[in-house]
Design a protein around this ligand. Sequence first.
Ligand SMILES: Cc1cc2nc3c(=O)[nH]c(=O)nc-3n(C[C@H](O)[C@H](O)[C@H](O)COP(=O)(O)OP(=O)(O)OC[C@H]3O[C@@H](n4cnc5c(N)ncnc54)[C@H](O)[C@@H]3O)c2cc1C
Length: 416
Amino acid sequence: MPDDRLARGGLLVVGGGYAGSVVARRLGECTIVNPENYMLFRPLLAEAASGTLEPRHVVVPLRVLCPRAELIVGSATRLDESTRTLVVATDAGEYGVRYWNLVIALGATTRTLPVPGLSEHGRGFNDLADAIELRNHVLRELEAADAELDPERRHRHLGFVFVGAGYAGTEGLAELQDLVRDALRYYPRLRNAPQRWVLVEAQDRILPEVQESLAAYTAHLLERRGVEIRTGTRLESVDSESATLSDGTTIPTHTLVWTAGVAPHPLVEAFGLPVDERGRARVDQHLRVEGRRDVWALGDCARVPNAAATGPDPPTSQHALRQARRLARNLVRKPRPYRYRMIGQGATLGRYKGIAEIFGLRFRGFLGWFATRTYHLYQLPLLTRKARVVADWTVALFFRRDISELGSLGHPRRLR
Ligand SMILES: Cc1cc2nc3c(=O)[nH]c(=O)nc-3n(C[C@H](O)[C@H](O)[C@H](O)COP(=O)(O)OP(=O)(O)OC[C@H]3O[C@@H](n4cnc5c(N)ncnc54)[C@H](O)[C@@H]3O)c2cc1C
């Protein structure tokens, strides 16, 4: 193993996602460990999947975002608290990085459940590769349906099942349904072919992250667009031809998107840090891991008590942002308790439709869509990225969506 090295300024940030990158950008002198050289802004992932946004515009290069920080592109694998060393696996091999202060911002991962066929036939929707693969797959399904002569088999190509009705599943389904609707203009033979869109949720309502009335409005809107919403229902099994639900329904489909089972990153527990029943790092009001002097945690991988709220923070980007700002201050000054009063929340549901609540005012439809987009734009770092996203949105107002299926990108033919 190569020699250990000391993190820049003694501060090591593990995970350069939304929370970690804000801490690193604010503090400057630090080392970031992240598997990619960019930060992915997940709230815009559904729009990248539907083709409203260019995939490159929903990511921000960490070297540009945090110019004074050192970036190690690699994955943390082990933590040795006795020597204050984090072991990272990189293309140059595995080595240790020593720290005086360690910030854990590993986010959440999608975990499958032991549902028969899920790991073989389910698709994730958590990162950029998932989103782009899903878009290409949906467009391939349209091509396959267009070429199909047998109506029953054609129907199978036009069946889409999303399991998990949080932000990811609900926004993902709404945006992809819009993509298919727009694309079908160019498939005259499929115009009257029946499609099936199903949103499956084990809890008794969709969008648990937002107020109940906004979730009810979303359910109503999706149902009007022909989406079948199955709450209180679980996925029982899936194979290459169909998905079966706990209510006994079998849906012919080749597309099962799994967004349920989101869990804090498993490394938090593997590092031996104190965790709650869900596996989130337990931190005090200063965002310091309980019982530790030099380890801090925030974002989706932590259970963060909020002095201005009744319970711990939900896993959203706006909370991650506020936690990161507080932690950046606590690392250089006398720590103060984290408190954040939520100003609003929202979601986009395809073109010109959305929900938002800001300072207690509820917006639905076009206003909800506009408010949510504006808020996402505010949260997106760097003026250049904001400008590119606004340019994409503007183009999308006047021109139709691109429906090229680019699944072969990244897999060039070998030289013969
Ligand atoms: C599809 C989707 C849509 C969403 N939509 C919304 C929305 O509309 N509004 C909203 O408020 N929130 C939304 N969220 C939630 C929001 O994205 C998260 O709350 C936010 O990203 C949390 O920030 P984080 O830094 O904790 O985690 P992340 O941003 O996920 O960052 C974690 C980082 O850790 C890195 N990492 C992973 N493993 C390792 C390792 N071994 N070593 C080093 N680094 C590692 C990852 O690559 C990543 O860069 C959405 C989430 C998803 C998945």
